[in-house]
Design a binder for this molecule. Structure first.
Ligand SMILES: [Zn+2]
Length: 511
């Protein structure tokens, strides 16, 4: 029988620590349901002690998920572990992931603890966690810069205390593949009773080697990999789930391992995470980038047409490309709409919200013949922010651009129900639109990022625009979708403003 590699997804915890990617409870549940469909073994849903919002989101995920294990992160602090334990209480299968730093630089400067104190606390943390679940994972933060004999001592002690999974993280993305594999291999060879636990690795991508380092750990005995969809994560991100999974599957000759991932759900998961967080996927990203399976050169195209394997090592349909199903059309009614929402994991909380989303769906169906699941996710993402905040709303927009003239935009928006209008010129229709909004709102925020993506292929596809704004240290991503990209841009800008000024609870882990 082939051994299993456990896929531990931390999109909802480590991924969420990306600037502006913090999610609401409802958004976390939608992603968690897709992760469950994808077949991940463990969903790290958040860091319960980080904020009341994060606590509630973990609770909601615990309730919604039946097949995957739901996990909360917790520092090696009793109150953190208690919150984690309470947050996952309702889960069918639950895990607490507790951690403490073991490197001299972290112990001295951050924790201000001696190594003896750290060792004792690690053991204590595992014991506290066992009061809530027998599935306890322990991480030695900054293991990459920790003394190996101290790591062996700590891991030995926490295994004796009852930890079932031992995670070796490269918190700062410092390692390189052969060194990381060797480190994990050395630990497994030298920690007493190493065979009684699952060894895990958690790598960051600061040097672009998160996936390579993770796979090197796997070759050396790790049987759990911590990763995120699209490699989402703070700084350069985490190891990307899709790359790990497809490497294991495509190079079975080397790894001889299996995962429980239904790979055809990879692209839908990637799309959903990108839509909700406002982090677009680069076109040349492996597996999930728009060009990942595009063969442009004539020699390649010729080869692929004659015999696919000449240039293709994977099939696009195996990772879910081209699988977007036409989900609804112009004639679909409210009930069909509601049913489809439920099928793709969206629970509408009130009739008002359903009606508003249905109206938008009708508007879109008038302009676009085929409505895909991705369109519905984009539409609902917008609706949630507006219904829950309802501060800034787009009423109408007219933008003009013509060669040889100065572009201008004339916009009407409502602020808490009161209509305002402005007409402003700019360097382009989008610039003019943003300036027009600012001439009314005067948010004093800074525009950090503007990007446009297609939600589905084809020129009648909706354009999806991400706008990242920052103000007073707070960063938010706004999202707008429309078949007209200038309108999508206006929606994204207003969506970002709504998030910036909303009191809606968002999880905001700091560690
Ligand atoms: Zn991390």
């Amino acid at each position: 029988m082939t051994e299993q590699l456990i896929i531990f997804d931390t999109t909802l915890r480590d991924g969420e620590q990306s600037p502006g990617a913090s999610m609401t409870k409802e958004e976390k549940v939608r992603i968690a349901k897709q992760l469950e469909k994808l077949g991940v073994n463990v969903i790290e849903a958040g860091f319960a002690a980080a904020s009341p919002g994060d606590f509630e989101a973990i609770q909601a995920v615990s309730k919604a998920i039946k097949k995957s294990t739901v996990c909360s992160l917790a520092r090696a602090v009793e109150s953190d572990i208690e919150k984690a334990g309470n947050a996952i209480k309702g889960a069918a299968s639950k895990r607490i992931h507790t951690f403490i730093a073991t490197s001299p630089i972290h112990m001295e400067n951050k924790l201000r603890m001696t190594s003896d104190q750290v060792l004792a606390r690690a053991v204590q943390a595992v014991k506290w966690a066992l009061n809530f679940t027998d599935d306890v994972e322990f991480s030695a933060e900054d293991a990459v810069r920790s003394d190996i004999s101290f790591l062996i001592e700590v891991f030995d002690a926490v295994i004796q205390a009852g930890a079932k999974t031992i995670n070796v993280p490269d918190t700062v993305g410092y390692s390189i593949p052969h060194a990381w594999g060797e480190r994990v291999g050395t630990l497994i060879a030298n920690v007493p009773n190493a065979g009684s636990v699952i060894w895990s690795t958690h790598c960051h991508n600061d040097l672009g080697m998160a996936v390579a380092n993770s796979l090197s750990a796997v070759i050396n005995g790790a049987r759990q990999v911590e990763c995120t969809i699209n490699g989402l994560g703070e700084r350069a991100g985490n190891a990307s789930l899709e790359e790990i999974v497809m490497a294991i599957k495509t190079r079975k000759d080397i790894f001889n391992l299996e995962t429980s991932i239904n790979t055809t759900e990879i692209v839908p998961a990637s799309r959903l995470v990108s839509t909700i967080t406002g982090y677009p996927v680069q076109p040349n990203k492996a597996i999930v980038g728009a060009n990942a399976f595009a063969h442009e050169s004539g020699i390649h195209q010729d080869g692929v047409l004659k015999h696919r394997e000449t240039y293709e090592i994977m099939r696009a349909e195996d990772v879910g490309w081209g699988a977007n199903k036409i989900s609804l059309g112009k004639l679909s009614g409210r009930n069909a709409f509601k049913t489809r929402l439920a099928e793709i994991g969206i629970e509408v909380e009130s009739d008002d919200m359903l009606n508003a989303a249905f109206d938008r769906f009708k508007e879109l169906a008038d302009k676009k013949a085929e409505i895909f699941d991705e369109d519905i996710h984009a539409l609902v993402s917008e609706e949630y922010v507006e219904v829950s905040v309802d501060l800034y709303k787009l009423i109408s927009l007219k933008s003009q651009s013509e060669t040889g003239t100065i572009p201008s935009a004339s916009i009407k928006i409502s602020i808490s129900g009161v209509e305002h209008a402005a007409e402003v010129s700019g360097n382009g229709p989008v610039d003019a639109t943003f300036k027009a909004i600012e001439s009314i709102v005067n948010s004093q925020s800074e525009l950090l990022l503007f990007s446009v993506n297609n939600i589905t292929s084809g020129t009648d596809a909706q354009g999806e625009v991400t706008v990242r704004l920052s103000k007073g240290g707070r960063v938010v991503n706004g999202l707008g979708a429309d078949i007209d990209i200038v309108i999508a841009s206006a929606k994204a800008y207003l969506n970002a403003l709504n998030k910036l000024f909303s009191k809606l609870e968002r999880a905001h882990p700091q560690i």
